[in-house]
Design a protein around this ligand. Structure first.
Ligand SMILES: Nc1ncnc2c1ncn2[C@@H]1O[C@H](COP(=O)(O)OP(=O)(O)OP(=O)(O)O)[C@@H](O)[C@H]1O
Ligand SMILES: [Mg+2]
Length: 337
């Protein structure tokens, strides 16, 4: 029997669509995955494949003008047993606000869009912890300083009164992490937390996140377009392409035994350390997801594409004990629903 006690988040058949005049953009198109307590899962894929919209869906922060969760469930196991279906909550209601920050926190892709320029970094953290943890102003200020220290910001007593523009990019990213972790979340969603940073600072930030995870025991959903970074961070990986999860597996499965040509293409494009190997980009581009025909969306770029791939969407095939690939090359394997 399935043990639900270790489950933290369970996403089933999630669809997040944008309804535009020229058609429907299926930004996230029928994806399923889960995260256990304390584990790190990676979501990887090229630009535009739906990584950010997946994470914004979990927090019900999808831009509301045209975007909408069109189907599926997002179950959050608040106490290990009775899950809350986040898709059923009012995105502006109090229930979802109780989850945001305290249960599930997010580091956004663009630090400057989520740090408010006219407030000091301290005030921004203070506001979050006062709201979520009900602290007094004085307690909250102490908490803010403690969090800034924890993420490795020197002289936090002074930095707490700085405005975002007075900090470097790396420091702003640390402030974002401090803010996200200030309420001890059970799940941290990190959307390309290091993409804007140079490699030395990137390494420091990744170390810091792992260190904090070990201390606090939170789970992480780590989003990146970089397979190398995901290998350092994650236990399991979901590879996304054009709104779908095309391959799932342990980091070992994905690195050494990938079964999907798209994943294999991503792996080939990683430069080897110490080796002056040329990057081999995958030919072609991610399709525009407006009104795509029923087929494998990767087929036009795939060197192994067969006739069926252009005609029919592949189901998920079980290609290993924990590995699934959405690819007709594995049609002799068991289908998973
Ligand atoms: N507000 C919006 N209105 C219409 N389409 C949108 C909107 N936001 C995102 N999309 C579309 O949804 C799809 C997925 O976008 P998303 O931002 O999730 O990609 P991503 O994987 O995070 O890419 P990146 O690596 O560049 O951050 C894209 O095709 C994008 O054009
Ligand atoms: Mg994104």
């Amino acid at each position: 029997m399935e043990n639900t006690n270790k489950k933290l988040l369970e996403v089933n058949n999630l669809k997040t669509y944008f309804y535009q005049e020229d058609g429907i953009v299926k930004a996230v198109d029928d994806i399923s995955f889960h995260i256990d307590k304390g584990e790190t899962i990676g979501i990887v894929g090229e630009s535009g494949c739906g990584k950010s919209i997946t994470s914004l869906s979990v927090l019900r922060l999808v831009p509301r003008n045209k975007g909408k969760i069109a189907g599926g469930t997002i179950k959050y196991y608040i106490d290990g047993e009775n899950p809350i279906d986040i898709t059923a909550l009012d995105p502006r209601g109090t229930e979802v606000r109780k989850i945001r920050g305290k249960e599930i926190a997010m580091i956004f892709q663009e630090p400057m869009t989520s740090l408010h320029p006219v407030f000091t970094v301290g005030n921004q953290i203070i506001e979050v912890v006062r709201l979520q943890l009900g602290m007094t102003k004085k307690e909250a200020r102490e908490r803010a300083i403690e969090m800034l220290r924890l993420v490795g910001i020197a002289s936090p007593e002074q930095r707490v009164d700085n405005y975002p523009h007075e900090l470097s990019g790396g420091m702003r990213q640390r402030v974002m992490i401090a803010m996200a972790l200030s309420c001890d979340p059970n799940l941290l969603i990190a959307d390309e937390p290091t993409t804007a940073l140079d490699v030395t600072i990137e390494a420091q930030i990744l170390d810091l996140m792992q260190d904090l995870q070990n201390r606090i025991g939170m789970a992480i959903m780590f989003i990146t377009h970089d397979l190398q970074v995901i290998g350092e961070m994650s236990d399991r990986v979901n590879v996304m392409y054009a709104g779908k999860i095309v391959e799932t597996g342990t980091i070992d499965d994905i690195y050494h035994n990938s079964k999907h040509p798209y994943t294999q293409g991503l792996l080939k494009s990683i430069p080897q350390i110490g080796e002056k190997k040329r990057l081999v980009p995958i030919k072609g581009t991610v399709p525009n997801t407006v009104d795509l025909p029923s087929s494998c969306y990767f087929a036009p770029r795939c060197e192994f594409a067969m006739e069926i791939c252009h005609k029919k969407e592949p189901p998920d095939f079980k290609v290993g004990s924990e590995q699934i690939a959405k690819c007709w090359l594995h049609k002799s394997r068991e289908e998973v629903s």
